[in-house]
Design a protein around this ligand. Structure first.
Ligand SMILES: [Zn+2]
Ligand SMILES: [Zn+2]
Length: 281
């Protein structure tokens, strides 16, 4: 059952509010049987919402300890949500080796202008996001959005993440302001990205954070993208991206409805070190 699975969660090692143990107890009380711990991985530069590099060892040990202590109640996975920014981030392989990760989530939160090397933060406060878009991308939305998707494609081909985090999150602060998602150039860019995802056998998450935080009207990615992904038989996984115990299954009902409306009847499950398909029910 998809509501027993939760593979993308944050905790107070990064910008989440609760301790890993608190997330675990809440998960057990909600009937979650598979819980993935996925703090934001550190960048090579200071980043306020990531685990500081010096805390990685404690993060890893804490998860190992909880895995053992609670193995009869719940299956715990060690993961990281890893950013990819050329020149600014460590390789996914580096973290896999260092911590012994069960799987990786690859996300782009900071878009590099390939010409200037400046970074545009797509999340957070909308006014600030607009301001930095205007200054870093000179108000050129096509350049900004295509740079975002190119960065995702490069992440996929060079880092091989298992799961692609919130694929179209770049629309949250931009669509309806600077462009519309049905514009042909945008659809073309997305289609190219989905082809790369397909070729590299990645899973797309149906991320509900925008929905339950009331910051976006639908899932990341949108139903339009999910329909395109479904035509390519790209597998999905419903994720809350919880930063608090109360958010663990946030938006799951809506996500299942969205996924089904886009033609999906199955999602992925990670169990005993392997990915397999289960029915969405
Ligand atoms: Zn994220
Ligand atoms: Zn996240």
């Amino acid at each position: 059952m998809y509501k027993n699975l939760c593979y993308h969660t944050h905790n107070n090692f990064c910008d989440g509010e609760n301790r890993i143990e608190e997330m675990l107890y809440s998960a057990v009380s909600l009937g979650i049987t598979h819980l993935g711990i996925s703090s934001h991985a550190p960048l090579k530069i200071f980043n306020p919402w990531s685990i500081p590099h010096e805390n990685l060892e404690n993060y890893s040990k804490e998860i190992d300890k909880l895995k053992l202590e609670h193995q009869n109640k719940i299956e715990i996975f060690k993961s990281l949500e890893i950013d990819y920014i050329p020149n600014y981030t460590y390789s996914f392989e580096y973290f896999k080796q260092l911590l012994g990760l069960d799987y990786t989530i690859g996300s782009v939160h900071l878009v590099r202008n390939p010409d200037s090397n400046e970074l545009w933060f797509i999340d957070g406060n909308q006014a600030k996001c607009h301001e930095s878009f205007n200054s870093i991308f000179n108000s050129n939305i096509k350049h900004a959005i295509t740079s975002y998707y190119h960065q995702i494609c490069e992440m996929i081909t060079t880092q091989q993440p298992d799961i692609i985090g919130h694929l179209d999150k770049v629309v949250m602060n931009t669509a309806g302001h600077f462009f519309n998602e049905d514009e042909p150039w945008y659809i073309k860019e997305v289609a190219k990205t989905l082809e790369i995802i397909k070729q590299n056998n990645c899973i797309i998450e149906v991320n509900t954070r925008g929905l339950y935080k009331k910051k976006w009207k639908t899932s990341f990615p949108s139903p339009t993208l999910l329909q395109m992904a479904n035509k390519l038989n790209i597998p999905i996984i419903i994720s809350s991206d919880a930063h608090h115990t109360s958010e663990l299954l946030g938006g799951y009902n809506e996500a299942a409805i969205i996924a089904k409306s886009c033609g999906y009847t199955k999602q992925m499950m990670f169990d005993n070190g392997n990915w397999k398909e289960i029915d969405i029910n």
